[in-house]
Design a protein around this ligand. Structure first.
Ligand SMILES: [Fe+2]
Length: 396
């Protein structure tokens, strides 16, 4: 279906105007969901049309395998909200006769221009059928590929520079919205999800989006100020694969090496302190600020992993729920920067606000969802069906 410029009158209105770090940052929304055609062959929509007819929104409060969902006094929303204006922005490929290279060039131009404005852009209708196609697209878009060293969790490379989205979390587990690798200085700047096998309607698997620009103003200023004053200590425990071959995470898999000298070099490079344990396991920790400056906009952004880095992340996790371990034997925990414990209700407050500001929807086969990783969180609702997503990450 083609759309003419006269098909829809788009009125652009400012959603928010911020003066931070000496710069004005304006995120805009369009007043209609009707599509308009761009010369580049995309129909642009300000809002994704969901949910599918008859498919109820997934439950959040009280949901099994969702961290914090049973916390006494929580303020989680009852259900997952649907997409909002330009969250994500939607670019549907409607032009014909274009090669994948030509589409990737057009996507690159759109992202250079708009990804930091919207936070997320959904590209729908691109000629992508497989992980290999996505890998080609991802590399032809041309951003520098991120180095995954030091990230928590396992991923499998399915095509060049393209990985499975998450191998170490059971499908039923709901992954809370988070900024990727916000616990390191090596965080990716952009993330691309590609949908190879969509979830079945009504079986969960919605992809979730939240934006730090929506979350920060709703956080208790006293909570924010305390983190700004003290910083954050991220603490990790990884078993040794040589001792526990079924370990959830091992230092060998986390750092991609069996050589302790290589691991130590990586830890130093990431400004981590560390200690080898008698059972060949490893603990390490690092200090990071709760805010960073967005390199493109100059905006001071709330950017951390306080929620998914907290030990309570594991209390509703199928693999951990019955373990009742000392906190330092869980894979991760966060503390105030002076080493003191963060009050559970503080974590729950951030968790509540994050979910209150989260939207979600089902990706379709061939969709590419691009995230500005500094602004936009990604997550997923637990699911009970086949669902296959691949991911590529960039360092610019
Ligand atoms: Fe992630």
């Amino acid at each position: 279906m083609m759309f003419s410029r006269s098909h829809a009158l788009i009125l652009t209105i400012p959603l928010r105007l911020k003066l931070q770090a000496g710069r004005v940052v304006c995120r805009t929304v369009t007043s209609t969901a009707k599509p308009r055609e761009l010369n580049d062959g995309f129909a642009v929509r300000s809002r994704l049309d969901v949910p599918e007819k008859g498919t109820p929104a997934p439950r959040i409060a009280g949901r099994k395998w969702l961290p914090g969902s049973t916390f006494q006094g929580h303020e989680l929303p009852e259900f997952l909200a649907g997409p909002k204006d330009n969250m994500p922005a939607v670019y549907e490929a409607v032009g014909t006769g274009l090669t994948l290279r030509e589409w990737s060039d057009r996507c690159r131009r759109i992202m250079d221009d708009k990804l930091h404005v919207y936070g997320t852009i959904l590209f729908r209708g691109l000629p992508l059928e497989s992980g290999d196609d996505f890998s080609r697209f991802f590399r032809e878009v041309g951003y520098r590929v991120a180095n995954p060293a030091g990230r928590i969790g396992r991923r499998r490379e399915v095509a060049s520079d393209v990985f499975t989205a998450s191998d170490n979390n059971p499908p039923a587990y709901t992954l809370e919205p988070h900024n990727e690798m916000a616990y390191t200085k090596n965080y990716p700047m952009k993330i691309f999800f590609y949908c190879q096998v969509p979830a079945e309607p009504g079986q969960g698997g919605e992809t979730c989006i939240a934006d730090n620009r929506d979350i920060l103003p709703r956080l208790d200023p006293k909570v924010v100020q305390k983190f700004e004053k003290l910083g954050i200590k991220y603490h990790y425990y990884v078993a040794s694969k040589a001792v526990d071959k079924d370990a959830y995470l091992s230092w060998q898999s986390t750092f991609g090496s069996e050589d302790k000298a290589v691991v130590e070099e990586c830890l130093r490079e990431q400004e981590c302190e560390y200690k080898w344990q008698e059972d060949d396991s490893l603990i390490y920790w690092r200090y990071r600020p709760p805010f960073i400056t967005h390199p493109k906009t100059g905006e001071k952004v709330w950017f951390n992993q306080l929620v998914v880095g907290h030990v309570s992340y594991y209390f509703d996790h199928p693999a951990w729920v019955d373990k009742k371990l000392p906190y330092e034997r869980y894979p991760e925990n966060v503390y105030y920067g002076d080493g003191s414990e963060i009050e559970p209700e503080v974590i729950q407050h951030i968790r509540d606000v994050t979910w209150q500001e989260t939207v979600g929807f089902q990706l379709q086969k061939g969709d590419v969802l691009a995230f500005d990783n500094i602004y936009a969180h990604h997550g997923r609702i637990g699911f009970d069906c086949e669902r296959v997503l691949y991911v590529g990450m960039t360092s610019e």
